[in-house]
Design a protein around this ligand. Structure first.
Ligand code: SAH
Ligand code: SF4
Length: 388
């Protein structure tokens, strides 16, 4: 019998396990609190549990399904990347980003990815395997422990300046958002946001991913608000429609990256299966059913998808004036600086081009921001995760 992985189990399932082990049912709640409130990943430290139960947990259950292989820091320690080994040897990555007003963790939902987008490091690996609910949840708990350790260290050295000016070549993303000009105040003492934007396509692993969302949301445990979670999809239409019916109002981001089918199919093979008209129809259905705004991600590539005429085409698409007829979509566009991927002969758009692109969208009435860049020096930025 394989050992139960505790992070895979809901509270009800933990109760079942405790019953099967001849324990009182309330032990499950204690254990659940240890896992999700105290962030304990070692049975020996669960001091409110009787010793024999701690021993049994140690021998007969698996606590943390992630083996930390390496961790790296950038942006003066405000960005931290972890490389984990999961069972079967696959490597996955997670990134913790500390801001003045929030703490975000970006987690993987698959080891590798089958979608094959031609600008993405993960896409080049192919799919190794889906992650379990417990493996997804455990990445968030790693981030919480990492944050706690960082804060303990800061408290011990209160005069350490923790302000960064960013690197010269990335400064302009920072200046857009003020990312590195702000002083981190240590006010935020928990992970406030979880984004499913690491390795993999969440909607290609929908059930396990959704179980992780529910686990993180559970008010008896980790208690993270649904609006503090964001899932990003390459454009898997059935997943978008499924999410429209889901009981928790988590945020949806859709990777668009091109304003027409011809270009999008070259960049993202999924477009041949779910072309733009279908994708936008599903998005429209999602915004109408849920009443929530979506955000479209658009990674800017020099000379490929960053021309002014493409910005205009994108604006028309989102305003419902071309293949997707109807009222303007309830949306927002997030422009992403492309992060270099070894061996990929592409380059990021110039700063002036990005601002021009943004201005055109805004002139057409489409809300548009430029994403803050974090972690490029440790290959922890969007699309650079490849389990190195
Ligand atoms: N598979 C999902 C979520 C993971 S990728 C998706 O594709 O949406 C998270 C985001 O990073 C996506 O918007 C993706 O298009 C973008 N991305 C991929 N490679 C990138 C790169 N090299 N530079 C910048 N963004 C990239
Ligand atoms: Fe997969 Fe997203 Fe990368 Fe495309 S961009 S290959 S869907 S992780």
């Amino acid at each position: 019998m394989p050992q139960p992985v505790l992070y895979n189990l809901s509270l009800a399932e933990l109760e079942e396990l405790m019953r099967a082990w001849g324990q009182q049912p309330f032990r499950a709640k204690q254990l659940y609190r240890q896992l999700y409130l105290n962030l304990t990943n070692d049975p020996a430290a669960m001091s409110d549990l009787p010793l024999p139960l701690r021993v049994r947990l140690h021998h007969e259950a698996q606590l943390d399904p992630l083996e930390l292989v390496q961790s790296q820091q950038a942006d003066d320690g405000l960005t931290r990347k972890a490389l984990f080994r999961v069972s079967n040897g696959a490597l996955i990555e997670s990134v913790l980003m500390i801001y003045a007003d929030r703490v975000t963790v970006c987690v993987s939902t698959q080891a590798g990815c089958a979608m094959g987008c031609d600008f993405c490091a993960t896409g080049r690996m192919g799919l190794l395997r889906n992650l379990s609910c417990g493996e997804i949840v455990a990445q968030v708990l790693w981030a919480c422990r990492e944050l706690r350790a960082w804060q303990v260290k800061l408290a011990a050295t209160p005069h350490t300046p923790i302000m960064s000016t960013g690197e010269a070549d990335t400064q302009w993303w920072g200046s857009e958002s003020g990312a590195f000009s702000e002083r981190v105040t240590h006010q935020v003492n928990r992970v406030t946001n979880v984004v499913f934007m690491g390795m993999g396509e969440p909607f290609a692993n929908y059930e396990r991913w959704w179980a992780a969302v529910e686990r993180l949301h559970d008010p008896n445990g980790f208690n993270l608000g649904a609006r503090n979670m964001t899932v990003s999809t390459v454009g898997v239409v059935p997943g978008i429609l499924r999410l429209a019916e889901a009981p928790l109002p988590i945020n949806l981001a859709i990777s668009l990256h091109a304003p027409d089918d011809q270009l999008r199919s070259t960049m993202m093979p999924i477009n041949r299966r779910y072309p733009l008209a279908e994708l936008l129809a599903a998005t429209r259905e999602y915004t109408e059913r849920s009443g929530r705004r979506v955000s479209f991600e658009y990674v800017l590539l020099h000379g490929r998808n960053d021309h002014p005429y493409q910005a205009m085409a994108l604006a028309k698409l989102l305003r419902g004036q071309s293949i997707s007829k109807g009222p303007p979509l309830l949306c927002h566009v997030n422009l992403i600086p492309w992060n270099p991927v070894p061996g990929v002969p592409l380059s990021r758009s110039e700063r002036s081009r990005v601002h021009e692109f943004q201005q055109i969208l805004r002139d057409y009435g489409v809300a548009c921001t430029i994403r803050i860049e974090r972690g490029a020096s440790i290959a922890a930025a969007c699309g650079q995760l490849a389990g190195h």
